[in-house]
Design a protein around this ligand. Sequence first.
Ligand SMILES: [Zn+2]
Length: 282
Amino acid sequence: MKIGKLVQALLPKVLEYCEQKNHNEFERLCDADYSKRNFNLNFPFLIPISSLPSDLSKRYWTKVYLVRGQTVRACSQWFEKDAVYFVKYSKRIGIDYDQSQLESESLESRTTLSHKLSAPTARANSRYRGNAIGNAQNLLVRNILSNLGTEQFSEEDWQATKAYFNHQCAYCGESKELVIEHAIPINKVYLGEHRLGNLVPSCRECNSAKASKDFREFLEGRDDKVKAIEFYMDEKNYVPLENNEQVSMILEMAYREVGTVAERYITIINELFVSDDDSCCS
Ligand SMILES: [Zn+2]
């Protein structure tokens, strides 16, 4: 296995070590001297994305990890001759691995990741719990996407948007009562935002028929309408976040974290009732 692959395969274990066993280690791995001494790396092994200068971005893998409440990326500048440093380090912090197993595991984790992420709270015995947490998770994602950037969508913007579309539904073209519609839905799949350019007027019928579809999906076959919306987005300098892997990863983390928080409180409250039952029986 190549050193880069090996580092990426063992990285979750290194981060687990920082998270659970050695809290100071995370800070050390973000330090340039420590990274030079322990791995012969010319850059810090880990770097929080908030402090990653854009010119160094190429030296870090794009995948984002959550460790000790921070989103980080890992240095990709490894040389085969220095593999021994990383292997020694892994042993020192107690990571046991077997290369052949590792290769099949990393393949497996890649294929199961999306499944795990989309159903973090599924339990066979949950009533509406899974659904309720799912709603909270989606709301958080919606809230984040709705508050990016600094501009506000004002009443004036809404009037101007309706005027731009001749007071007609952007989808069917009819002049009916119009509601605000997000052409690209605000969710973790499509990454639409609540911004000028993504907000279009829609009649209630189209609004509910479109539901959480993307406008291109909903308008399939009606290219003139798709083009008109795309042109409008361009005109308002709206650059969709879609396919931005880094934003997707971060939102997945936020989504999972809400699931974890909910699970923690469910457990705490359930334990409350377990001890109540015990005390009444004794
Ligand atoms: Zn319509």
